[in-house]
Design a protein around this ligand. Structure first.
Ligand code: SF4
Ligand code: SF4
Length: 97
């Protein structure tokens, strides 16, 4: 049976945050879990909809919700919550690496 995953924020709230993202990349520079370069545009798009690339899926699995990406954001966004939504999308899609 599918177990619900708790999100820090709702999907619409996260979509609003992604719209407000200025693409500065500070969140990813601060992230200890990012193993290979991913552009913010690609990450933001795939967080919300469409197919999820292997690199983005790997990053989503690697995110351990440490929150290090939140403080550096100059516009007060929550990349950790965005990543949790992406984890939920991955779970729901049943995507296997
Ligand atoms: S919460 Fe996830 S994305 Fe943010 S810094 Fe930690 S591991 Fe990276
Ligand atoms: S730090 Fe904030 S504004 Fe900059 S790319 Fe990350 S979420 Fe977007």
């Amino acid at each position: 049976m599918f177990k619900p995953v708790l999100l820090h924020k709702t999907g619409p709230q996260i979509a609003q945050e992604i719209q407000a993202c200025i693409g500065c990349n500070e969140c990813l520079l601060a992230c200890p879990a990012l193993a290979e370069p991913i552009t913010i545009d690609v990450l933001n798009c795939q967080t919300l909809s469409g197919s999820i690339s292997p690199a983005v899926a790997h990053f989503a699995r690697s995110c351990y919700q440490c929150g290090a990406c939140v403080d550096p954001c100059p516009v007060g966004l929550h990349r950790d919550a965005m990543m949790m939504l992406l984890k939920v999308r991955l779970l729901r899609s049943g995507w296997e690496e």
